[in-house]
Write a protein that binds this ligand. Structure first.
Ligand code: NOJ
Length: 922
């Protein structure tokens, strides 16, 4: 009976949530979150801690933090000092840890997130040997100063306690912690008689067995014009103040992984993933970063100028300083300061801690077609053949939850999908792949082998009473694997073997959804905070990393399945710092609205800044039915997302690209074609991301860090360093204002028309495309022939588009490997650098050439070279080393684009893409 009631409640809730918009009341705001409310009530200067017993130990600076003047003498014995350590790593990285003193017998060890910091990071530690002290600004007690890198030092101010990084020489502060004295650390306690620590929210009780255990502190960024980062929120790229004079909607940015139905497009509310990493940028000092490795709920305030007017605290760089306030419910302080000084330096520093995104398979960088749900095999076949009929390439067909036998993952509905292997093989014959969904909620059904095994082995997360946690999700009553446990991760990974996941073939990959985790009848639609994971870790401590571990275990499973020879592809909805190592993410359940199209750009840019380079938004919007114009504009913009997938809710009308009349089909085909043309460029950018952390799509200021006009621009973005894309976010738009940065000119990607840099252009726009430009001084590799899928384009010839700058020079790169295996890790790839100067194009090898390394062989040739900004009139070009001449003529910029002016073209130069050669224009 209880179950029936629950089922009714669930169905009602689901129904309501599909017809109503975001239900704010389902979720806690700061005032309803006691740790947030307490922290926000603190006044600047209320921290009374000072650093004592400062020494060097094991290469770190260590100290004790204790109150300067305990309230009364008896309290002295009660004082439990905190232990602080400061460590320095190569490349200007400072790490600060603060925790309880284990020798004082806390009731339990506080949770320190394992498995996020990459193992190599520890070898970058610089061992401190010597401590210097310095009296700064007349302080009564000297501060400790440690070397950080060539240009920077770290300072531990003892009294009052403060940590900061300063420039050597000038002494200018770069970033600091506790400068406003807001630091607070609630130590664990054992419950005394009659103490009530329970917290209640909408009928749920959190027992909080260790009492309040939150941590909060202020962080200041100096000479900063803006701060960015801390996804996931549907909001602007530069983070607006959440507190201070004139701030009305006073909620902090929340980091708490939640399944939010129909989220709104402009809110600090926390969505599916959390990365507690913030970046500041300013024109004078450059870029700095701050990362707090902590997986508990976090709330972050960005303080508006003047918020501390009454505090009496006056810090240097008053004008261009941005203060922030960080609050977390549990865990420890494990914080990293990155000194930059450039935007790409900060991203490199952050990914040296949390890891680089790996090289995806080529197919994963192409277009994906998804829908909740493709009904059955016939539907799959139909959709697949329609793409061919309409000459639209696509690489992956996705199956959502309805393909399973009653939402039992790793199974197939036998009526609808009786021949899954044959279905996949048919797709594979056209070079196409399939993705199926595997969620973490396991149906509690004795006859379901996964549940049976997990129960027998004791592999589920426990509730506060120690029983298997039982929550509601798609299959009804469900339990959730305790994925923090490495043994359980390994078991989960094995579920993906071809023997265990019956009906799968090597062309099938995985989608992990609902892994926040989503629990329909849980507090805020998730797992209760007092539920228990491996090692007695409470969900409150681990929550934001739960989905991360799923992503990790699933990706490991696919690597195992392919015997270490096949790169995995796993899309995850939840994420945490470090998730970039396991695959792609998307921005969840957006809506078919222009505002959601608009906000997809800052959301993806923010993800890229925080390591998650491989991300996208559901093209078309998940909820609702887009007008054809919106759908077309979404394809035109989405073609430039790193992860490009169309997806829709099951209640929406079908919206495959050919369903909106011939003209719209043509426009969508064109948008998808652009992506396929640019795949060589995209793949090269994925390589760059996998070696440097620099994201595939970037905010303009990452490429133009000195141009203030770019700092808060989140309507446009850069794809790599060479293409600028401006979205169109309104209906029937006839004009767009586009700011083109830099001193050099830009070339319209389709027409070749050139535009001056360093100014805003008011452009007439058509329905054909969104404005996109190639930056002069760059060379873009393209493939201009369209096939059914990216894998069928492998041997196709290349086009090189050279956009000359005012010195008639340009540079670009091309990276190619087999698109599938890990052989590239042993040097089996092609990496070319193209340089154009003095009228000559040179192709230079960038790949290792050491003997014994097998070279990646590719027969593809260069079929066309296009020169933008080159004077007409030249007749021929000389190719070396073959010493032959070819004609220089005028030709189209894109083979299928009408309306473009004729551009200087070298057709059929007859050179192999993999070889060294030069082409001199005569
Ligand atoms: C929620 C996901 O965000 C959505 O993309 C998916 O279609 C549904 N779950 C059903 O699996």
């Amino acid at each position: 009976m209880r179950n029936l009631n629950l089922l009714f409640f669930l169905l009602l809730a689901l129904h309501l949530s599909s017809v109503l918009s975001w239900k704010k009341d389902e979720f806690r705001n700061c005032n309803q979150t006691p740790f947030c409310k307490r922290a926000r009530a603190r006044k600047p200067g209320s921290c009374s801690l000072i650093a004592r017993d400062v020494t060097i130990s094991d290469g770190d600076l260590v100290a004790k933090l204790l109150p300067k003047n305990p309230a009364n003498e008896e309290d002295r014995d009660e004082i439990k000092p905190l232990i602080l350590s400061l460590s320095v790593y190569q490349d200007g990285i400072l790490r600060l840890k603060i925790d309880e003193d284990p020798s004082l017998g806390p009731p339990k060890k506080r949770f320190e997130v394992p498995d996020v910091i990459v193992p190599e990071f520890s070898s970058k530690k610089l061992w401190l040997h010597r401590l210097s002290t310095e009296t700064i600004n007349g302080d009564a007690v000297p501060s400790s100063v440690v070397y950080l890198s060539n240009g920077y030092e770290a300072v531990l101010r003892h009294d009052p306690f403060e940590v900061y990084v300063r420039e050597k020489g000038s002494g200018h502060r770069v970033i600091s912690l506790n400068s406003h004295g807001l630091f607070d650390f609630e130590q664990l306690k054992s419950k005394g008689e009659g103490e009530d620590w329970e917290e209640r929210f909408r009928g749920h009780t959190d027992r909080r067995p260790y009492g309040p255990q939150s941590i909060s502190f202020d962080v200041s960024f100096y000479s900063a014009d803006f701060v960015y980062g801390i996804p996931e929120h549907a909001t602007s790229l530069s983070l607006k103040p959440t507190r201070g004079p004139g701030v009305e909607d006073s909620e902090p940015y929340r980091l708490f992984n939640l399944d939010v139905f129909e989220y709104i497009h402009d809110s600090p509310f926390g969505l599916y993933g959390s990365i507690p990493f913030m970046i500041s940028h300013g024109k004078s000092l450059g870029t700095t970063g701050f990362f707090w490795l902590n997986a508990a709920e976090m709330q972050i305030d960005v303080m508006g100028a003047g918020w501390d007017a009454e505090s009496g605290i006056s810090l240097p760089s008053e004008k261009s300083r941005i203060d922030t306030f960080w609050m977390s419910e549990a865990g420890i302080v494990d914080a990293f300061f990155f000194v930059g000084p450039g935007p790409k330096d900060v991203v490199r520093q952050y990914t040296s801690v949390t890891g680089l995104p790996p090289m995806p398979q080529l197919f994963a960088t192409a277009y994906h077609q998804c829908r909740w749900n493709y009904r059955d095999e016939e539907d799959v076949d139909h959709v697949d053949s329609k793409f061919d009929e309409h000459d639209i390439p696509y690489d992956v067909l996705w199956l959502d939850i309805e393909h399973t036998d009653g939402k039992r993952y790793f199974t197939w509905d036998k009526m609808l999908f009786p021949h899954p292997e044959e279905m996949q093989r048919k797709l594979a014959a056209k070079g196409r792949h399939m993705v199926t969904i595997v969620d973490p909620h396991i149906k509690r059904d004795e006859s379901y082998h996964v549940h049976k095994e997990a129960t027998q082995k004791g592999y589920y997360v426990k509730d506060a009473n120690g029983n298997d946690f039982d929550g509601w999700c798609w299959p009804g009553s469900s339990s959730y694997p305790d994925i923090l446990n490495p043994e359980i991760r390994s078991w989960w990974a094995d579920r993906f073997s071809f023997e265990n996941y019956v009906g799968t073939t090597p062309s099938l990959y995985i989608w992990n959804d609902m892994n926040e985790p989503s629990v329909f009848n849980g507090p805020e639609l998730t797992m209760p905070r007092d539920s228990l994971h491996y090692g007695g870790v409470e969900n409150r401590e681990l929550h934001n990393a739960y989905g991360y571990y799923f992503h990790m275990a699933t990706a490991d499973g696919l690597v195992k399945r392919g015997e270490g020879k096949d790169r995995p592809f796993v899309l995850s909805r939840a994420f945490f710092a470090g998730s970039q190592r396991y695959g792609a993410v998307w921005t969840g359940d957006n809506s078919a609205e222009w505002d959601h199209l608009r906000v997809s750009v800052p959301m993806i840019l923010t993800l890229g800044l925080t390591g998650m380079s491989f991300s996208g938004a559901d093209v078309g919007g998940f909820f609702g039915n887009p007008e054809p114009e919106l759908l077309v504009r979404w394809y035109q913009l989405g073609a430039f997302y790193p992860f490009f997938r169309g997806h829709a809710h099951q209640d929406t009308k079908r919206r495959e690209p050919w369903l909106f009349g011939e003209r719209n089909t043509e426009l969508i085909r064109d948008a998808i074609h652009i992506r396929y043309m640019l795949l060589p460029y995209f793949y090269t950018l994925f390589r760059e991301a996998s070696t440097s952390g620099v994201p595939v799509v970037r905010p303009l200021w990452m490429e133009f860090p000195y141009e203030e006009a770019t700092f808060s621009n989140d309507e446009a973005f850069m794809v790599g360093n060479s293409i600028l894309v401006q979205g169109i976010y309104t209906e029937k738009a006839k004009h767009a204002s586009v700011y083109l940065p830099g001193r050099q000119s830009w070339y319209d990607l389709r027409t070749g028309t050139s535009y001056k840099g360093g100014m805003t252009h008011k452009l007439r726009i058509s329905e054909d495309s969104v404005p996109a430009f190639q930056r002069s001084g760059t060379i873009i590799p393209r493939k201009d022939r369209f096939r059914r899928s990216s894998t069928q384009m492998v041997n196709d010839p290349y086009t090189l588009v050279i956009a000359l700058n005012s010195s008639r020079a340009a540079e670009g790169e091309l990276y190619v490997d087999d698109g599938k295996s890990f052989d590239f890790e042993h040097g089996t790839y092609i990496h070319r650098r193209f340089v154009f100067s003095d009228g000559k194009l040179t192709s230079v090898n960038m790949a290792p050439t050491s003997p014994g390394k097998s070279r990646f062989s590719l027969e593809a040739v260069v079929e066309r070279i296009i020169l933008l900004g080159h004077p007409h009139g030249h007749k021929s070009a000389l190719i070396e080393p073959t010493n032959h001449k070819v004609d220089v003529e005028l030709g189209p910029l894109g083979l299928q684009w009408g309306g473009s002016s004729a551009v200087v073209t070298i057709r059929k130069p007859g050179v192999q893409i993999a070889d060294d050669w030069t082409i001199k224009i005569l």
